[in-house]
Ligand binder design. Structure first.
Ligand SMILES: [Ca+2]
Ligand SMILES: [Ca+2]
Ligand SMILES: [Ca+2]
Ligand SMILES: [Ca+2]
Length: 711
């Protein structure tokens, strides 16, 4: 790390600033001769030694690296989907093509950022209400199995599936049967697509991938190359897999709405083994439900316990689904479970109740060459697990969505919105005061961070993304994915160790977006709008009085970028506190763009004595054209701090309504490594992308309003 000491900085009192006459960010950039288009980077063909041949980049990545400020729009777009599709009104009824809100949600926050070929008009569910036994017999036939057996010219006395099935189905309330039959028929349809997804792959490869439960720790520094991952990534058909997942999601959601309308349901137990796994149906009793080898589990109510891998797929079973309509349920497992899509699709949809989810590795919304979703629509819920879950993806999609209630999320590492290699991991929470914890003590997590002398855990959590940085090892450099934590409202608390809360690494994008509420963010190193090595990390908080802290030992956060990182901390409203004893507060090293934008309120900033907010550190490599690579010398970098409005306090002390820049003789100016700090009394900042062309002006005096109805 560069350790250039404090230089005398040039401070100007903002006497000449026009008040609210123009955009405050544009004005701040103009202090150092920059404008918005001059931020970010597009690698040039002659940039030797630039890590350009990085497979598996998500399609948004190059664009955000080139247009850093568009990261805010990108985060808000996903936030809009969370707000809309987790609202009780949206969940209550389907859209105009019959599509349910959860289908739209899983598409918007999972499938679309990973794979852009769907636009989510409809899951095309076509099965009519079907007698339950007929639907299950059809499943057997679709799986290539006989449902009647003849030998010696006679009907074998056993097994007689239709009679056995009819006896079991008689236990199920009559009104529920056609809805459940329709659900089974749709599962048969979705299962076909999930199987197609892997038609070019071998079971050996899928088993090898499914056995890798350590991709989270393997990938970051490229510890132990897994060739089966590259092989499967070459051969899978992800369009088929995501179509299977979207159809399964919508089928569960439709069954949820229709079964919820039934009254006075009894307790019962239906169990049936199909060629694709168990179907278990339960009524309103207090049930203990075996999740092993389960294709479909449906519970119509009551406080239940799910044991084992409920809601998970496996290398030889591409689908595992759970629908629970109510009750305070407990989901317990020590294997991938509770929305674990491993070479397939795993979904849990729990409609109501105060639920507890406890598991170890991969689950609670985790995808590894698959889609895993945990969708909980109400209640005060508690989620606890160790690694890789609560919205986590590796070559896949993990979504944890919780619509209502005051929830607690606890994890050791790699989750709560974590985009591992080529993955999308999203945690979306609608309403409620929520607590997010990534356990800090490495004695518990076994993930000691060398950025904290092994005293703090590597969290990789709460809107974080990491790639496989193979440039120092075997050259299999895989791009990180997209990790998002989206919390719509409530007073929330975020606690994590290192690498958290809107942080990226190695072609990954980590986003934490929080809507309303007074929130507390506590990280340590690499936290809250930060990142290292070709990545994007952003924290956007739209409202409330918030606390942004790097706790003791903390540094390189609160808008800190290292080595071609876009690092944004944007707090739109409220009286906020920012605390760090280490580097941060809009600080760039090694050609990054780091911006801390606080757009309103009376704020308090406490930073290290030797730094000032909004600073880019000089390094001789920024002007070195004599080495093997020149791209450091050609790029532009920026550390920017902008506080708009309010009466602000600074430690060490600073004057309100002032501009501070590098001194005139700083070598930074020549190498376009720019520092700018602005505190101003008022102003506006528009963070939405500007139209590239001017808006046409209406001709005066003509009626142009006709026919302009909404579309
Ligand atoms: Ca239940
Ligand atoms: Ca719940
Ligand atoms: Ca919340
Ligand atoms: Ca807030």
């Amino acid at each position: 790390m560069n350790t250039i000491g404090l230089r005398t900085c040039l401070s100007l009192v903002l006497l000449a600033l026009p008040v609210a006459a123009d955009d405050a960010l544009d004005h701040a950039l103009a202090q150092v001769g920059l404008d918005r288009p001059s931020l970010g980077w597009t690698p040039r063909a002659h940039w030797t030694r630039y890590p350009a041949d990085i497979p598996y980049k998500l399609r948004h990545f190059d664009g955000l690296l080139a247009e850093p400020l568009s990261t805010v729009r990108y985060a808000r777009g996903h936030a809009n989907a969370a707000r809309r599709f987790l609202s009780p009104a949206a969940l209550a009824k389907p859209g105009e093509r019959g599509e349910g809100a959860l289908y739209s949600l899983v598409h918007a926050l999972g499938v679309s950022p990973r794979f852009g070929a769907f636009r989510a008009y409809s899951a095309n569910l076509t099965a009519p209400p079907t007698p339950l036994d007929a639907a299950i017999l059809d499943l057997h036939r679709t799986a290539g199995r006989a449902t009647r057996h003849y030998t010696f010219g006679t009907d074998s006395p056993y097994p007689q599936l239709d009679k056995a099935l009819a006896a079991q189905v008689a236990l199920v309330p009559e009104a529920a049967r056609p809805i459940l039959g329709q659900l089974v028929a749709e599962v048969v349809g979705a299962h076909r697509w999930a199987t197609l997804a892997f038609r070019r792959t071998t079971l050996e490869t899928r088993i090898a991938v499914a056995k890798r439960l350590d991709l989270g720790e393997e990938e970051v520094d490229a510890l132990d190359y897994a060739p089966e991952v590259d092989d499967l990534a070459r051969d899978w058909d992800e369009a088929s897999l995501w179509y299977a997942a979207l159809r399964a999601t919508d089928a569960l959601d439709r069954a949820r709405r229709e079964l919820s309308a039934l009254k006075d349901l009894p307790a019962f137990a239906f169990d049936w083994e199909t060629p694709w796994g168990m179907i278990r149906l339960r009524g309103t009793g207090t049930d203990e439900i075996d999740g092993r080898n389960a294709l479909l589990l449906v519970d119509l109510g009551g406080d239940d316990v799910y044991l084992g891998p409920a809601g998970s797929s496996a290398s030889d079973r591409p689908m595992g689904l759970v629908l629970d309509l109510g009750g305070d349920d407990r989901y317990l497992a020590d294997v991938p479970a509770h929305g674990a899509g491993v070479c397939g699709v795993g979904i849990v949809l729990d409609q109501a109740g105060n639920d507890r989810y406890e598991s170890h590795t991969l689950g609670q919304g985790a995808g590894q060459f698959g889609l895993g979703a945990l969708l909980d629509l109400a209640g005060d819920d508690r989620y606890a697990m160790r690694y890789s879950g609560q919205g986590c993806g590796y070559f896949g999609i993990g979504v944890l969505a919780d619509a209502l209630g005051n929830d607690r999320y606890e994890l050791w590492s790699d989750g709560q919105g974590f985009g591992g290699v080529a993955g999308v991991g999203t945690l979306a929470d609608g309403a409620g005061d929520d607590v997010y914890v990534a356990v800090r003590d490495p004695g518990i997590t076994k993930r000691p961070s060398y950025h904290s002398e092994l005293k703090v855990s590597v969290s990789n959590a709460q809107g974080c993304a990491m790639g496989r940085r193979g440039d120092g090892a075997d050259g299999h450099s895989w791009a990180g994915g997209l990790g998002m934590l989206l919390d719509v409202s409530g007073n929330d608390s975020y606690l994590a160790g290192n690498w958290s809360m809107g942080t990226g690494y190695w072609f990954g994008t980590g986003l934490l977006w929080d809507g309303d509420g007074n929130d507390a963010y506590h990280g340590v190193v690499w936290s809250q709008g930060s990142g290292a090595h070709f990545c994007v990390g952003a924290l956007v908080d739209e409202a409330g009085d918030d606390e942004h802290a790097l706790d003791p030992g903390g540094r390189t956060g609160l808008a800190f970028g290292h080595d071609f990182t876009v690092a944004l901390l944007v707090d739109v409203k409220g009286n906020d506190r920012y605390t760090t004893a280490g580097d941060g507060l809009g600080m760039s090293i090694n050609r990054s763009v780091a911006l801390l934008l606080d757009l309103a309120g009376d704020d308090h900033y406490a930073g290290p004595a030797e730094r000032r907010p909004g600073q880019a550190l000089f390094d001789d490599r920024l002007r070195d054209l004599g080495g093997a690579s020149s791209f450091f010398a050609e790029a532009t970098s920026l550390g920017l701090f902008l506080d708009v409005g309010g009466t602000d306090r600074y430690v060490p002390e600073r004057t309100n309504n002032a501009v501070w820049l590098d001194p005139a003789d700083s070598p930074n100016w020549v190498v376009r490594n720019l520092s700018v700090g602005v505190d101003r009394a008022s102003g506006e900042v528009d963070l939405e992308p500007r139209p590239e062309r001017p808006v046409p002006q209406r001709p005066a005096g003509r009626d142009t309003g006709a026919g302009s109805g909404s579309r």
